[in-house]
Design a protein around this ligand. Structure first.
Ligand SMILES: Nc1ncnc2c1ncn2[C@@H]1O[C@H](COP(=O)(O)OP(=O)(O)OP(=O)(O)O)[C@@H](O)[C@H]1O
Length: 364
């Protein structure tokens, strides 16, 4: 009896040691997996770093402070800025950013909303030979940009879930064969991560030396530390791996240093030139009002606020909690003599575009 007790006691001890070992093995296996992953990332980064050193060795290296100096393309850039974009002078950092892109560098831009980020990649896109790929997260933003570029006479298109077959064919031909006029192509990140067909056309475009620039708009969406993480943005690192010689510009209005480090790593642009402009917008402010608990009264208050504060038909946005509420609020405001419509993800493309076109283009 006593012997059995001794054996059972030892058995318990052995079992508990085994459990402990299993936990350790699991931790070690997890660590191993993490290290493998990091090893693959570091190898890719090393590869990119070597390639960018090779390419930058052939071009004169320019110290950071010299991006505002003289460049051979100065007159062309100024001419395009004025005659194509109708812009009479640069805002802070725009010229420096354009120069670094024109020099073939990867660039990270942190600039306030409305600060003029688009010009920083659209102008080089017009001047550089070939097609610029722009990745942007929202259909409405993309539509806005494409409409704006078309109005300036710049051949731009978007390839999204809403693009019709004919345009898609045109875009694929332009990528694959260089046919037709296409300078700037907008896509959502899902196209990069989910469409093998698109990536293969892009590969052909690059192979033929026709991919001139890659721009990642709202780049903070790459980082899980950012406020607006989009899982498909995580896969955009593939672009630098597949097209290491093509300059990349990543743009955002909001990026803490942690987010900046994260997106530099995720996009594989360790040698990027960074430009940070102030993100303070003195023309933006919050005003907080107490809301009535009666729905109709809230709408009355919104309508009064709009008519009193914006008597000259200026446009604005009322954000609502749900799609249904958007529709109701728009209807109620119309009933109070305010020209209002709703816009949400549950509308078909034509209806959405119709509303979008009715909004005058606000200036930053
Ligand atoms: N140098 C400039 N001079 C005058 N207007 C400019 C200049 N650069 C850009 N703009 C105008 O400023 C407005 C805002 O520019 P843009 O849309 O590029 O801002 P953004 O930084 O991309 O903003 P967001 O973060 O909201 O997308 C546009 O109407 C654009 O034409």
């Amino acid at each position: 009896m006593e012997e059995e007790e001794i054996i059972e006691e030892e058995l318990l001890l052995v079992e508990s040691q085994l459990n402990g070992l299993q936990d350790k093995i699991k931790t070690l296996l997890d660590q191993q997996e993490e290290l493998y992953e990091r090893q693959a990332q570091l190898k890719a980064l090393l590869e990119i770093s070597k390639t960018s050193r090779d390419t930058s060795n052939s071009a004169p290296s320019v110290p950071l402070e010299d991006w505002s100096g003289k460049f051979s393309w100065d007159s062309q850039v100024d001419d395009t800025r004025f005659n194509v974009f109708g812009i009479s002078s640069y805002r802070s950092n725009q010229r420096e950013i354009i120069n670094s892109i024109m020099s073939g560098k990867d660039v990270l831009v942190i600039m306030a909303a409305g600060g003029g980020k688009s010009l920083c990649y659209q102008l080089p896109a017009v001047l550089r030979d070939g097609i610029t790929l722009v990745v942007s997260p929202l259909l409405s933003l993309i539509q806005d940009q494409v409409m704006g570029l078309a109005a300036l006479g710049i051949p731009a298109h978007m390839l999204t879930s809403t693009t019709n077959k004919e345009i898609e064919k045109f875009i694929y031909k332009a990528l694959e064969k260089g046919e037709g006029e296409l300078k700037i192509l907008y896509v959502t990140p899902e196209k990069i991560s989910k469409s093998k067909r698109f990536m293969s056309k892009l590969e052909k475009c690059h192979h033929a030396g026709r991919l001139s620039l890659v721009a990642i708009d709202e780049a903070h969406c790459c980082s899980q530390w950012g406020h607006d993480f989009r899982p498909d943005y995580k896969n955009l690192g593939i672009l630098k791996i597949q097209f290491p010689s093509v300059p990349m510009i990543a743009l955002t209005a909001t990026a803490t240093s942690k987010v900046q480090m994260d997106l530099i790593e995720m996009l594989h642009i360790p040698r990027s030139v960074k430009f940070v402009s102030t993100v303070n917008r003195p023309n933006l402010f919050y005003r907080v009002y107490e809301k009535s608990s009666v729905g109709k009264v809230v709408i009355d208050e919104i309508a009064n606020f709009i008519s009193e504060s914006y008597p000259n038909n200026e446009s604005g946005i009322v954000y609502c909690f749900s799609r249904k509420e958007c529709e109701q609020v728009a209807k109620e405001l119309r009933g109070r003599g305010i020209s209002a419509d709703y816009y949400h993800a549950d509308m078909d493309v034509v209806a959405r575009e119709k509303v979008h076109m009715r909004v005058p283009h606000a200036q930053g």
